[in-house]
Design a protein around this ligand. Structure first.
Ligand SMILES: Cc1cc2nc3c(=O)[nH]c(=O)nc-3n(C[C@H](O)[C@H](O)[C@H](O)COP(=O)(O)OP(=O)(O)OC[C@H]3O[C@@H](n4cnc5c(N)ncnc54)[C@H](O)[C@@H]3O)c2cc1C
Length: 378
């Protein structure tokens, strides 16, 4: 690295690229931040905004999530536009079998590492009075938090261009990278962007640059369906989940999941689970489904929407406002369960992607770990 102010280039302005920009600026770099589109519209603006520590697998994955949660809280305090709130979460049991599985998990040492405890129905309602439906109890995670996905990226960029590093951060929308060379990327206009370190964080577009052909075997794309209602008057004070999330989040592998029985037909067909977050305007973001095989259907389907809304009504014990928006999102996931893929595809050029359904949660620590791997941080 040169003695002058070190320079970095980050391609991709989703949450992974943006946190790399933030950590590079913090480490003293001047950063050129390139984004293919006029503004990022990938997975990072389509998600729930859940900083979801509860579901992380013990070991490296949980360690990354806990470090990231700390950084979200720190930066959230300095950048109110992120909408960071340490709301916690409740994973609700609607049947005796779900209650049994949750109680068993709460008794496992892993639960304490995530600040998870089992709440009786009355305690769960005291924690979140919007829970007006029938429930048998809930797992409470005090560490889970929420940010605003449609505001967070812009807020972080404004923070970087403003108080954090007015002279050392430049955002370049409409700048699509097509080639990577040593410590350099080249965009469609032929402009060469060089630095001491280059990070490519192009999300699900992980196999379109020369040098990335071989990575496809280590990654897969996953498509999710989501919806949002008009404002719901009661305050939903925590994020909410249902027992089907136990089937998908690896933290719960230590629980006696066989006691949950078979998933319902629609849920099994769409790999569906209920997650619900209230936005500051009162709207409810509700999801999600998972499709693993490409090519993905181009259409949004109605049966998972009906199923998700029925589950939300059951837990809240209330009619819901009309659905205002529905959308899909695609993320990249490491096929072997790793936290992310971080590959030096050319000297000094790191491709970082594949955090799967935990990218919003883990991006701060993923970025810090790239800087460590590149020798920038100890
Ligand atoms: C519906 C949904 C819900 C989710 N919910 C959660 C959640 O609640 N919590 C959680 O932790 N995770 C969640 N995730 C996962 C999380 O959103 C992703 O892991 C994360 O957003 C990935 O971030 P990224 O920056 O890698 O990708 P992206 O957000 O897709 O960003 C990649 C960016 O790179 C740009 N780009 C692409 N090609 C180029 C190029 N050649 N040159 C320059 N720029 C380029 C794209 O335009 C895009 O802006 C969810 C994902 C989805 C889809």
């Amino acid at each position: 690295m040169s003695d002058a102010t070190p320079r970095a280039v980050v391609a991709g302005a989703g949450i992974v690229g943006t946190w790399h920009a933030l950590e590079l600026v913090r480490a003293g770099f001047t950063v050129d931040h390139l984004e293919a589109d006029a503004a990022p519209t990938g997975a990072s603006v389509r998600n729930f905004g859940l900083v979801w520590v509860s579901g992380r697998r013990s070991g490296e994955e949980l360690d990354v999530a806990l470090r990231a949660r700390t950084r979200w809280a720190e930066v959230g305090a300095a950048v109110p536009g992120l909408g960071f709130r340490p709301a916690g979460s409740l994973t609700v049991a609607c049947t005796a079998a779900e209650r049994e599985v949750m109680q068993a998990f709460a008794g496992h040492p892993d639960a304490g590492a995530r600040s998870i405890s089992f709440l009786e129905p009355g305690e769960a309602r005291a924690c979140n009075p919007a829970l007006g439906g029938d429930l048998e109890g809930a797992l409470h995670c005090a560490l889970d938090a929420v940010v605003e996905p449609r505001l967070a990226l812009g807020a972080l960029r404004a923070h970087l261009a403003g108080e954090a590093a007015p002279d050392r951060y430049r955002f370049h929308p409409g700048c699509r990278v097509v080639t990577a060379e040593a410590r350099t990327v080249v965009d469609t206009a032929g402009t060469r962007w060089g630095g001491d370190l280059v990070v490519i964080a192009t999300g699900a577009a992980y196999d379109h640059l020369p040098g990335t052909e071989g990575l496809g075997a280590r990654l897969r794309r996953v498509r999710l369906q989501m919806l949002e209602t008009a404002p719901f008057a009661p305050r939903v004070t925590t994020a909410l989940a249902d027992a089907d999330t136990l089937r998908y989040y690896p933290a719960y592998e230590v629980a006696p999941l066989h006691r949950l029985g078979e998933q319902g037909v629609v849920a099994a067909a769409h790999h569906l689970q209920l997650l619900l977050v209230q936005r500051p305007d009162g709207g409810l973001t509700i999801g999600d489904t998972h499709a693993y095989g490409e090519p993905f259907d181009f259409a949004l389907s109605e049966d998972p929407t009906d199923e998700l809304l029925a589950r939300a009504r059951r837990i809240l014990g209330a009619d819901l406002p009309p659905v205002q928006r529905r959308w899909e999102g695609v993320y990249a996931q490491c096929a072997d369960g790793s936290v992310c893929l971080r590959e030096e595809i050319r000297p000094g050029v790191f491709l970082v992607t594949g955090p799967g359904g935990r990218g919003m949660t883990c991006a701060p620590a993923i970025a810090a770990d790239t800087l460590t791997k590149a020798g920038v941080l100890p």
